[in-house]
Design a binder for this molecule. Sequence first.
Ligand code: ZN
Length: 539
Amino acid sequence: MRLPLLAAAALLAAPAAAQPAKPPKLIVAISVDQLSSDLWEAYRPHFTGGLARLAREGVTFASSYQAHAATETCPGHSTLLTGRWPAATGVVANQWIDQKHPRQDKKIYCAEDPNVVPSSSTDYKVSPVHLRTQTLGDLLKARDPRTRNVAVAGKDRAAVMMSGHSADQRWYWNGRAWASDLVRAPEPRSVAAFRAAFAARLAEPQPGLVPPALCQARATPFQVTPTITVGNGTLARAAGDARAVRASPELDGATLALAAALTQELGLGRGAATDVLSVGLSATDYVGHAYGSGGQEMCLQMLALDRELGDFLRQLDGMGVDYAVMLSADHGGMDIPERLRAGGVAEAQRADPGLDAEEMAKRLAPSFGAAAGGRPLLLGTGVGGDVWLAKELTGDTRARVLAEAVRLYRAHPQVETVFTAAELAATPLPATAPDRWSPIERVRATFDPARSGDLYVVLKRHVSPVARPSAGYTATHGTLWDHDRRVPILFWAKGLKTAQPAAAADTADILPTLAGWLGLPLEPGTVDGKCRSEAARCR
Ligand code: ZN
């Protein structure tokens, strides 16, 4: 059909709108693990690759939020494509305690099926069984079974929480190999070729990267322990070092290479229905844990990530796929306290190891003894966050132990406050923008009565939960403070009008916004976030 000349010209010149020109055939959802808004703001002017392109051509909410308190990888990823906070996804932490489980340590990993035998919290069967909500891929597949739901990530929990219950392909680096929990899915040919290429690369040593002036300016060494100095590293790796490969841009490069290969082989974005490709880029998190976020190492990682993403987007362009991109993070992070103090954050410090639940239980022992069977009165998974009372405690004794534990924690100079499960259960879910949430609202949004602790310990701001640093683990995240909560959210699609809204979006807004792009109806009351009219036509 020939269009009248004027109408054709009008179509060509269709102004960009707060909505893609048409529903994309492939949604590429990228999570950069530990990409805080602080990092985004520091490096945005220096990006020239993929991150610069997404920001320049798309809608950037630079200061958005993983709004809840559970700023860890599993809960954070569970919010990205479900529209829900952890209180609804059920993924309240990377690990929680289930005292009814027969395993010795009672620890349950967020992305495992703990009922598969043999399993433990460290040697487990990967599964989405704990995720109580549907992901974008799940919803699209329910609408049209021809949707393909594919995930590739540097961590199993990232791949699982972004793809959910109906993944067609799910691949992740498990520390030893590129693996999948989907044993019945046929293995694409490209996976074997990719594995061989990755193994060959891993067998070779990786020389350090050459830091540009931008990174050299951050290369001040900080001694964290007598044997660990960070700040001036170059992300070099010894031949065959499968552990060090995680804290290097090689992991993201490999993840993106496999994502591109699967896109090509499976014909993602070329089917009858919209496909979802979830990509979890984990190296930034491993670099952040190993070296902190303020040194030369993170600078090199940020610039490498930008380059790798640019290459990946060019590959998708070259395939002629009709794709759109959402990019965000599972949480932010805090730099090493040693460097923060040197930069003027006087209160930055490492947590007292005595705040560990088992240590606190020892302080309760003179008054209350141990629980039945000699078990400690308190159980936990680290310093700060959820603490559980031994299940053998009942009635009046339980109430007195709880009151004394709360008193002891609150009296500690590094503790901001403590919330009990009863206080959290009585608190309504927040209804304001995430930059206005009170501390108890942040914890409420991650409270699940069946999985959360009996009390929740909030460390003071800039108290690092890394009480005893070790090689590969000098800095972290996981608190309810903004350095851990603030993350960027980017939307990029053809025909989408560029914008940099100042509003604080919520990662729970991502699903309803993508639903706006795709005309996907969402049942009322099934999301915590809202469709962002700055990036989508919202119904
Ligand atoms: Zn993470």
